[in-house]
Write a protein that binds this ligand. Structure first.
Ligand code: ATP
Ligand code: MG
Length: 394
């Protein structure tokens, strides 16, 4: 079966008036982005309060569906067969062919749901339903009509063309990226932070990212891995502006001057401070991390409080109540898992203490940080100024 268009279904709750336009425009933009590298030519447009993807000529069906399944805001994707407007007798033939090709095994219950948007069509919806239903029953005696819970709802829409569709392929849900401001993701090479970015992007938030590396303690390969992860997340989130910060001197200073059991927390606090600088500069409305309560020493409630204390922007931690197993499940689903588990060290593992504090006290941490006062401001300034900035995505 050749489909000529896709009707895009989206959740409509709460998107009335002005919001509706913003939502639809963002959806159209994100669909165009998703289809950018798919083989074929596509026309994405709004029409009568709906969003359609029209396929102009040959295209790769599987790839198109895979790409559309990554567009947040899409609830369902209906592959549509388009026919020129024709008389009912001719339309019956098309519908019989359609049902035969879509459901070759035949044993389905069905219901025809005609809509006559083009009122010049001489037959009304009820009559179309009856005539087409009868034609299908005549052609396929094993099929049965079922009006309440049919296996197949055959939609027949009479517009400037006739649209036939009956399948709904589930989309990812959520809101189109670009409808809810932007936020700065602290992206490491681990399993959690790419999932965290995905989850916030799913709510319509545009994502930027920051990665802290510590050459030569962390390798070029570790950095490449983070760029790969950003690219995988960008398949959903759209292009991601990634800041790559050289964190070595700051880490060495902390290592030299602060108690070793507090290293991770102090390091994390500097990551947050720097991430926040980039965030504010670009107008991001929050930070995102992949933290989850109790996962490691630096993610106890006390540790999270100590890390949080340096931030003035809201910190979004979408994985906060998730078990590792649940996070792994999502990372597999969104295809970041295999990349995340590649064994390249991240900068935290080099400088970790054998016995990190699990209940840090903010005042004590602040006191320890005073040991850095001589040159930390300068080091932070240099780290910010020398950050490499790249945009990842199609
Ligand atoms: P992940 O799998 O995301 O690395 P994790 O379980 O390894 O998380 P931590 O290393 O404690 O946890 O990091 C907690 C969070 O801090 C990460 O989810 C990430 O948001 C941020 N983070 C940690 N290291 C870095 C880094 N090198 N660059 C940027 N962000 C980082
Ligand atoms: Mg990590």
């Amino acid at each position: 079966m050749t489909f000529h268009s896709f009707l895009i279904k989206y959740g409509e709750i709460g998107i009335k008036g002005k919001n509706r336009y913003m939502f639809e425009d963002a959806l159209v933009r994100q669909i165009r982005y998703a289809l950018k590298e798919v083989e074929g030519e596509f026309l994405v447009h709004k029409c009568h309060g709906r969003v359609y993807v029209d396929c102009e000529g040959e295209y790769d069906y599987e790839e198109t569906i895979e790409s559309l399944k990554k567009v947040f805001g899409i609830v369902g994707i209906c592959p549509v067969v388009r026919k020129p407007v024709k008389e009912l007798e001719e339309l019956k033939k098309d519908v019989v062919v359609y049902m035969g090709e879509m459901y070759p095994e035949g044993d389905k219950t069905f219901k025809v749901e005609a809509r006559r948007a083009n009122k010049r069509y001489p037959v009304n919806s009820m009559e179309i339903n009856c005539a087409l239903g009868e034609a299908v029953l005549d052609a396929y005696p094993e099929m049965k009509v079922e009006v309440h819970h049919p296996d197949v709802r055959l939609n027949v829409e009479i517009r400037e063309e006739i649209y036939l569709y009956s399948e709904i392929i589930p989309g990812p849900g959520g809101m189109p990226v670009g409808t809810n401001g932007s936020a700065m993701l602290l992206l490491s090479g681990g399993i959690d932070s790419p999932v965290a970015g995905y989850m916030i992007a799913k709510r319509g938030v545009e994502i930027e990212a920051v990665y802290f590396h510590a050459p030569p303690y962390t390798s070029e390969r570790a950095k490449e891995k983070v760029i790969d992860l950003a690219r995988l997340v960008s398949a959903y989130a759209g292009p991601i502006k990634l800041h790559i910060v050289n964190f070595t001197d700051i880490q060495l200073a902390i290592y030299e001057k602060c108690p070793h059991d507090e290293l991770t927390i102090i390091m994390r606090r500097y990551m947050m401070r720097i991430a926040e600088q980039f965030a504010k500069k670009d107008g991001c409305l929050g930070l995102i991390t992949g933290e989850s309560i109790g996962q490691v020493a630096s993610q106890t409630m006390q540790s999270l409080a100590a890390t949080n204390a340096v931030c003035t922007l809201p910190v979004y931690r979408p994985l906060i109540g998730f078990d590792k197993r649940e996070i792994v499940e999502i990372s597999e689903k969104i295809d970041t898992y295999e990349t995340s588990i590649q064994p390249f060290e991240d900068c935290c593992t080099i400088f970790v203490a054998k016995h990190p504090v699990t209940k840090p006290n903010v005042e004590r941490i602040e006191k320890s940080e005073l040991n850095l006062s001589e040159n930390i401001e300068e080091l932070v300034k240099t780290a910010v100024e020398t950050a490499e900035v790249i945009t990842v995505g199609k």
